[in-house]
Write a protein that binds this ligand. Structure first.
Ligand code: ADP
Ligand code: MG
Length: 745
């Protein structure tokens, strides 16, 4: 907040907000704050307390999990120092309570003396803030060597102090909440209202009776009552929503200025020829959306559309038909896929569907035909040069590729239409650069709530495919408890039966091998707090099911004896990946053990069974995407989610929802609900679907709406924001942050 804004306006010298923290706080504190990503005064002041505690009440101990860094306000019940049983040294154990729950604290010492010191300070009845990392000992959760700050002893309670709320900050093992508070206090004394430029336009702020940027910062860190803090948060929400909506409005404005070619349909072109040989009839939804696209592409106002349709609803054909309209009009059309596997698959699908209609320029091609090119990063250099030259010729054609298509050296002189499959993998900026001066279609299988569509997807208008092609049977889904040997045995039996009947079986794991973590794997960030800490056995944590360990496991399962097993994961070369996929598709290896690389789009109609191991580790939309890999032919398909969690947890509720319906729209709704239920002390990630810090897309629709209306009108009047220099800088900063976020996710 304000950091870059300030430096860009004052430039040259450091403004007070840009001053590095070590200048003011000393290196030790500054380093500890640095680990939280806070390096300047502005960073620290933007680190807003996530809740307030009150001396009169206690901050609950409920729902802490092993590994959590927590801050609780609680009273000491009792404490005692004793020698340790097995080792030399002493142990102080303290029990604290918040009225409903208790938690034990332990301190170790070589001698009893330092422990007695803590014991004296933590006499029964003392109220204190305790902070540390939750660990477990013999099945009981505890805090070892927590940091603490005594708020009141049982005897001296200062009524004045009691009224004042205590801000609680997201802390780390290196620095507890109250030390952050103390640092903020020092820094705040160096800052005046003039140091904090306000990006919100004056009259917007007046209209909503919002605090100024400085007032909000002050009220958030030094609230004299709860109301102060609430008003600060309201201001931050508006600011965040406003900056984002202004950014989007600016992008829309910029795009609207560049017309796209009018791609007129032809009755005697490739599209017509393609439609004549289509092996099935289009669903009513496919026809309706097709007409919508066709009409919008036929005019020079660039089309900006989001096509959402559940997995298997047939989005690809819709996109291909629209691409053929572009070709018929003499233009190039590209389809960008998020992975090489997916790009290769689309290419093969198109080639298969188009047949000799894709043989343009070759001997014996029909008179009306087009060319189809594949461009990915892993193409051999010579082939890539050829493809690039072909594309640069500007010949009307269809080009399928990955983000390699975004590289500068890719020249698309006659580009008229861009399709992006599974948008969430691309940065909005990249997308807009490629599609500037063209029509754009973004396809997603994850239904997007309206508010998210407004924030992340800007001005895309939404088309929806609601029905699946006829003849499809919904995938049967069942949950299999990992410790139920009978069920697990039956599952492997069933896999054998599916294969014997000509089917294929996917087995999906959350890790590649023992070394890979979920973060490396691109696994959707499920709220960590919604997955209970793994059981602590003699061998420590139970390792996640990995591709390597599962391939080994399968070799020992009698029911699967003699069935060849293939595997695929992100660390293989794209050559290896596509070979593994081809062997699976052909039935050479009818079992494919994989990571989520098969998550989106992969199409093997013979696959009739999917087994997801450690299913609690995957997010709901990811599970749904995975399940969409089966049930793509006419045979009844089955999805089994093998899990370890206990009933009653959010993770289990997620799995129940998954097993309960195959309707992706219903699941998306449930996902949002479960994310808000996942809220646990010390975390405030719930309900946030994007990089937004303050705005909740589930609750703040009004704020987003207001900000959007004002921002559009403002950009219409003053597109360059000449009248709002502070806002202009804040938008630039948000733009790079948004791109970062989307590129990472
Ligand atoms: P998604 O929306 O998940 O991308 P696809 O476009 O990959 O779905 O379609 C899934 C499968 O359904 C493909 O094998 C495709 O050929 C087939 N399909 C698409 N439209 C129809 C239709 N109208 N009738 C029958 N099958 C269809
Ligand atoms: Mg698809």
């Amino acid at each position: 907040m304000g950091k870059l804004a300030h430096s860009a306006i004052v430039s040259e010298e450091w403004g007070p907000l840009d001053r590095p923290l070590d200048r003011i706080l000393g290196t030790r504190t500054a380093n500890a704050l640095g680990k939280l990503g806070l390096s300047t005064c502005g960073d620290l002041l933007a680190h807003i307390p996530f809740r307030l505690a009150h001396r009169g009440e206690l901050l609950p101990i409920e729902a802490v999990h092993e590994g959590d860094t927590v801050t609780v306000v609680a009273r000491v019940i009792d404490s005692h120092v004793r020698p340790m049983n097995r080792r030399r040294g002493y142990l102080l154990s303290v029990r604290i309570a918040d009225g409903a729950h208790t938690l034990s604290l332990t301190f170790f010492g070589k001698s009893a003396r330092p422990l007695n010191y803590h014991a004296t300070r933590l006499a029964p009845g003392t109220l204190a803030t305790f902070s540390g990392t939750i660990s477990s000992y013999r099945g009981e959760l505890q805090l070892s060597h927590p940091e603490y700050e005594v708020l009141d002893t049982a005897k001296d309670i200062d009524p004045e102090k009691i009224a004042q709320p205590i801000p609680i900050y997201h802390a780390s093992a290196a620095i507890p909440s109250w030390k952050i508070h103390a640092a903020v206090d020092i820094v705040l004394d160096h800052i005046t209202a003039a140091d904090v430029p306000d990006p919100l336009p004056e009259d917007y702020r007046a209209e909503h009776k919002l605090l100024t940027a400085y007032q909000a910062m002050y009220a958030a860190h030094r609230p004299s009552c709860d109301d102060d803090w609430q008003r600060a948060l309201l201001r931050f929400k508006h600011e965040e929503a406003f900056i984002l909506q202004a950014l989007i409005a600016q992008q829309v404005h910029a795009n609207a200025g560049i017309p796209a070619p009018a791609l007129h349909p032809r009755s005697d072109g490739v599209l017509a020829a393609f439609d004549r040989r289509l092996p099935f009839t289009l669903t009513a939804g496919q026809r309706d959306v097709g007409r919508e696209l066709s009409e919008e592409m036929a005019v020079a106002t660039p089309m900006r559309r989001l096509l959402q349709g559940d997995v298997g609803s047939g989005k690809t054909i819709v996109a291909l038909r629209a691409m053929l309209q572009a070709v018929d009009a003499g233009y190039q059309a590209v389809l960008v896929a998020p992975t090489e596997v997916l790009a290769a698959q689309h290419y093969e699908t198109f080639r298969h569907l188009l047949g000799d209609l894709a043989a343009g320029g070759e001997l014996g091609a029909p008179e009306i035909s087009t060319r189809l090119e594949l461009l990915t990063g892993s193409l051999p250099a010579a082939a890539k040069r050829r493809t690039l030259a072909n594309i640069a010729s500007g010949m009307p054609q269809i080009i399928v590729g990955t983000h390699a298509l975004f590289e500068d050296r890719v020249q698309l002189p006659r580009l008229g239409f861009v399709v992006i499959d599974e948008q969430h993998r691309f940065g909005v900026d990249q997308r807009d650069r490629l599609a500037s001066g063209s029509h754009l279609l973004v396809m997603t299988a994850t239904p997007i709530p309206r508010t998210i569509a407004m924030t992340t997807f800007g001005e895309l208008r939404v088309s929806t495919l609601r029905e699946l092609p006829s003849g499809r049977q919904p995938v049967q889904t069942a949950l299999v408890p990992a410790d139920n040997a009978v069920w697990v045995e039956r599952m492997w039996q069933r896999a054998r039966e599916e294969i014997a009947a000509g089917g294929r079986v996917y087995i999906v794991c959350p890790a590649i091998n023992a070394e890979t973590s979920e973060a490396d794997m691109g696994i959707d960030p499920v709220e960590e707090s919604s997955v209970p800490a793994q059981s602590e056995g003699a061998a420590g944590r139970r390792p996640l099911a990995s591709v390597t360990s599962t391939v080994e496991l399968l070799a020992t399962i009698p029911a699967l004896a003699g069935i060849p097993v293939g595997y695929v994961h992100g660390q293989l070369s794209s050559e290896e990946k596509s070979q593994a996929m081809a062997r699976f598709a052909s039935g050479q290896t009818p079992i494919l053990v994989s990571t989520t690389v098969i998550e989106v789009g992969v199409d093997v109609p013979e696959a009739t069974m999917m087994i997801i191991l450690d299913a609690e580790r995957f997010g709901l939309s990811q599970l749904h995407q995975l399940r969409g890999r089966v049930g793509r032919g006419t045979a009844q398909s089955l999805c089994l989610a093998v899990f370890h969690v206990l009933p009653g947890t959010v993770a289990f509720a997620r799995l129940e929802a998954f097993a309960g319906t195959t309707d992706g729209f219903a699941l998306a709704q449930r996902d949002v609900e479960l994310r808000s239920e996942g809220n646990v002390l010390g975390r405030d990630q719930s309900g946030r679907v994007s990089s937004l810090r303050f705005v909740r897309v589930t609750k703040d629709e009004d704020i987003i709406d207001h900000a959007r209306r004002y921002a559009r009108e403002m950009i219409g009047r003053d597109p360059e924001l000449r009248d709002q220099p502070v806002l202009a800088v804040a938008i630039d900063r948000a733009r790079s942050a948004a791109t970062d976020y989307l590129d990472r996710s």
